[in-house]
Write a protein that binds this ligand. Structure first.
Ligand SMILES: *Cc1c(COP(=O)(O)O)cnc(C)c1O
Length: 324
């Protein structure tokens, strides 16, 4: 099954002012559906669905999300019906590139209320069963619990592959940074470290959650304790999807200088947070790996928004990349 190309390169980039060596795991370059961590995770859900002998996939989330786009595209590829349950409260009028793709891929969108998701899941699953399907809910039970292992498998494997990479290259990553949201990705990496060993400090830069909830969710996916989780909530910038000029200038410069797209919700926020984190702590030069978790469609949304809303960043400003 190699039409979903999951192999991605590690690229070193040279940044001024950082004594550290910065490497990027380019998971945005996965060769399916614009890539990203959600393609890896969706792939594991799809495999799990087949193992459980189901024939219809159900997700909860917004059609604007990278998760829904990746799942809907895999379902269109394998001709599996895809249902997305969305909270009415999360519906926003204007479409995004992800929500338009989710429509293109023929996913069925159903609505529920935010405080009634469990009932919404039950009703949709019952309806699909009455239609003769064997539906698979990617997140497990009606409360979204119980399928952590499948979700975490994607980045548990990546952690293992990164160990092989380090061995081949004769290099050791001291730190691994990534944007952390639901915790599925970081949870997988932590599970990998617990399974395969290694000492890299796996640091999740929160894109929204405060560290208490963030840590416990990463731990849930990792099958570990919160004390095993390094989660930084100091770069959230006011909340999910919010960003400032520093994040904007990091996005601009990474694209201008390296041709690497970042977005303000996930990778741009995390990359900017990582640079600030490294800068504010004095330490011996280290080998630092940033996992580029994709989200390229959000880069295009960002370009549109910057044009329409006139939010284009003042050049450079206080960017941690000043001097590049
Ligand atoms: C979802 C997402 C993340 C966060 O991953 P989680 O597994 O939810 O923590 C990071 N980057 C991008 C581009 C994403 O879509």
């Amino acid at each position: 099954m190699n039409d979903v190309m999951l192999k991605t390169p590690v690229q070193e980039i040279r940044l001024p002012d950082t004594g550290d060596r910065i490497f990027i795991k380019r998971d945005d370059l996965i060769g399916f559906s614009f890539g990203g961590n959600k393609v890896r995770i969706a792939w594991e859900f799809y495999q799990d669905m087949k193992e459980k002998d189901c024939d219809c996939l159900v997700a909860y989330g917004s059609s604007r999300s990278n998760m829904c786009r990746a799942l809907a595209n895999l379902c269109s590829r394998y001709e599996i019906p895809c249902y997305v349950l969305t909270a009415k409260e999360d519906v926003v009028e204007e479409g995004t590139f992800n929500s338009r793709m989710v429509e293109e891929f023929g996913a069925h969108i159903r609505f529920c209320h935010k405080d009634n998701v469990a009932e919404g899941v039950d009703e949709l699953m019952a309806e699909l069963k009455s239609m003769g399907y064997r539906p698979y809910y990617v997140f497990g039970d009606r409360y979204g619990m119980g399928n952590e292992e499948a979700a975490a498998r994607a980045y548990r494997k990546v952690y293992g592959e990164l160990l092989e990479y380090q061995e081949e290259q004769g290099i050791v990553f001291d730190r691994i940074f990534l944007a952390s949201g639901t915790g599925m990705t970081q949870g997988g990496l932590v599970a990998g470290q617990n399974q395969y060993g290694g000492h890299a400090d796996i640091t999740g830069i929160s894109v929204a959650r405060p560290s208490g909830r963030g840590k416990s969710e990463v731990a849930r996916f990792a099958g570990a304790g919160p004390e095993d989780v390094h989660f930084e909530d100091g770069y959230v910038c006011g909340g999910y999807g919010l960003y400032d000029k520093d994040i904007e200038s990091v996005i601009r410069l990474m694209m201008e200088r390296f041709g690497i797209p970042l977005d303000p919700t996930y990778t741009g926020k995390a990359f900017s947070g990582m640079l600030k984190y490294l800068k504010t702590r004095s330490h011996e030069p280290e080998n630092v790996l940033f996992i580029h978790t994709g989200g390229t469609p959000l880069y295009f949304d960002y370009l549109n928004a910057a044009r329409i809303g006139g939010q284009a960043a003042d050049r450079i400003a206080n960017s941690p990349l000043t001097g590049l």
